[in-house]
Design a binder for this molecule. Sequence first.
Ligand SMILES: Cc1cc2nc3c(=O)[nH]c(=O)nc-3n(C[C@H](O)[C@H](O)[C@H](O)COP(=O)(O)OP(=O)(O)OC[C@H]3O[C@@H](n4cnc5c(N)ncnc54)[C@H](O)[C@@H]3O)c2cc1C
Length: 552
Amino acid sequence: MASDQEIDLLVFGGGITGAGIARDAALRGLSIALVESHDFASGTSHLTSKVVHGGLRYLEHGHIKPVVDALIERYRLLEHLAPNLIRPLQFVLPFENNEFVKWLYTLTGLHLYGFPEWYRCGRASGPRLGVRLTRDYPLMRPYPFAVTFWDAQTNDARLVLSTLRTAEASGAMLQNYTSIREAVYDNHRWHLTVCSERDGQTHKFRARAVVNATGPWCPQTAALLGVKYVSLTWLKGSHMMLPRPARFGEDAIVMRSVRDNRPLWVIPWHHRLIVGTTESNHTGDLRDVRPTADEVDDLFESFRRAFPKAGFSRGDICGAYAGVRPIVPQGVESANQLSREHRIDVDADRRLVTVMGGKLTTFRMMAEQSVDEVERLLHRSPPIRAVRRRLREQRLWPGLSRDEGRQLRANLARIYDALPHRDRLVKHLVLSYGWEASGILEEIARQPSLGVPLTQTVPYTVAELGYLARTEKPLRLLDLVKRRTSLYFLADDCCACMLPRIAEHVGRSLGWDRERRARELEHVAAEFAADLACCRPSTAAPALLDRQSVVA
Ligand SMILES: Cc1cc2nc3c(=O)[nH]c(=O)nc-3n(C[C@H](O)[C@H](O)[C@H](O)COP(=O)(O)OP(=O)(O)OC[C@H]3O[C@@H](n4cnc5c(N)ncnc54)[C@H](O)[C@@H]3O)c2cc1C
C-alpha cells in the first residue's frame, strides 16, 4: 500500500462481511483497501456450521423476509457465484410421536421453503415416514416421521478467501495483520495511520469513506475510529467433531438437545461429522473463544441419544471449535428467537458505514446494500440495472464455469497422467484454484514427494500449501492449516506427523529459520490442545511438539 495515497473506501475487517464489501466495491470501480487486524477469516467466518441456508426454523418465529432473502442468496451462490465451493445438502428433521401437529405445520412451511429449490433444480422437500427413515438412516434411533429439505454446504474460510481474491483481481488492496494506529476525520476525509505486523512499517493514507465490518469487534473498532457505538451482546456457538461412520450417509440430520430441546445439527463434512450449535451469551475475550466441557457434554449426549447405534465414546471426539456472533439487542428472551438479520448503520457526518450481524449465506446482499450506502455518501450514482445484475452473478475467483472446469480437469489429467491419486488431486486443485492448478501439478511432477495426500479425503499436499504460502498472504503456520486449508479440522491430530515437513517447505518462501519454524509448530499445537481441552481433558498438545527434532 503506497503511503499517503487517497482512496475512495477503506474497509476494516477481513471476514466474510468485509470481503464481500471489498468485492462489490472493487467491481463497481471504487478505489478500495481492506485492512484486517489478524488473519483474513480469523474471526467468526471460519468457525461456522458451514451451511448455506435460508433458515427454516426462523419461519416458525415469523421472520419471513430474511428467510426469503437468504433463499435467493443461497441460489445465487450455488448457481452463479461459487458452484465450485458450495454443494447442495439434504437435511432430515425428525419428529416424535407426540409432535404430529408440529410435523404437519412444518410440512406446510416447507411449501414456501422448498419450492424455489424444487422449481429451479428439481430437488424436492417433503415428508419421510418411519420405515424408510430407519432404512435410510440406520444409525439413528427410530422416529415415526420426519421432513426432508435442501440447503447447501460450503467451506467458510475458502469462501472468504475466494471473495477476497476476486476483490484483489479487480484492484482492491488487501492487508492482513495490520492495525489502526490513528484515525481522524477532517475536511470530508478520513486520515488514517495503520501499522503492519509483518514489518512494523506504518502507512498513512486518506479515505473518502470508511466501512466498519469487524463483526463482533464493531464496538472496539468504533472506539479506535473515535466514534460511539451501541452496546452489543455476543452469542457464542460451539461445535464438536466426530469421525463419520460409513453408515451415516450423505444427509445432515437435525436432532434435539438433551438439555433444552433446542435443534442441533449433525452435518457430514468430508470424513467428519460436525455437531452443533450450542448457544450461550459470551462475555470473555473475543480472541479466545473455546467450547466448554459443559457445551461438549450437551452436544455429545444429544448425539448419543439420537444415534445410539454409532457407538461413540468421548475419546472419539476429534475436534471442537466455537465462534461468536454480535447481536443487536432485540427485546426477545430466547437466543433461538433472535433474528440473524444484519444491520447497516450510516454516519453521514463522518462518512462511516457500520455493518453487523447477518449470515455467511447473505454476505453478498449485505455487501451490495453497504456499498450502495457508500456510493450515496460519495455522491456517486448507483449502478444501472444491467450492471447490478452482473455484479450479483459475477463468479468468485477462480471464476471458471462448470464447462471450463471440466475441460481444464480433462486436460490436466491427460498431461499429468502418471501422477498417483491423479483424478482426486486434479479435481481438488481445479475446483479450488482454477487455472493455477497447473503450476501446483507441475511442481508435484518435478518432485513427487510434495504430492503425497496429507488426509484421507481431501488431497491436500505440501505442494499446495507451498502455493498458498506464496499467494494468499499467510503470516503463521496456523493461517495455512486452519484457514487456507482445513487440515486443522480434517487431519488426525492436526496432521501432527506432517507439520514439521510442511513448516520446512512453506518456511522457505516465508523466510522462516529453524527457531521460527519451531515457534510456529508450538503455536499450532497449543491452539489445537486448547480447542480440544474441553473434550479430552487429558489430551496434551499433540506430538508435533517435539521441538528438539525441529530445532536440531
Ligand atoms: C457458531 C456460529 C455458527 C454459524 N454458522 C453459520 C452457518 O452455518 N451459515 C451461515 O450462513 N452463517 C453462520 N453463522 C453466521 C456467520 O458466521 C457470521 O454472520 C459471519 O461469519 C460474520 O462475518 P463478519 O465478517 O461480520 O465477522 P468476522 O468473521 O468475525 O470478521 C470480523 C473480522 O474483523 C477483524 N477485526 C477486528 N477488529 C479489527 C480492526 N480494528 N481492524 C481490522 N480488522 C479487525 C477480525 O479479526 C475478523 O477477522 C454462524 C455464526 C456462529 C457464531
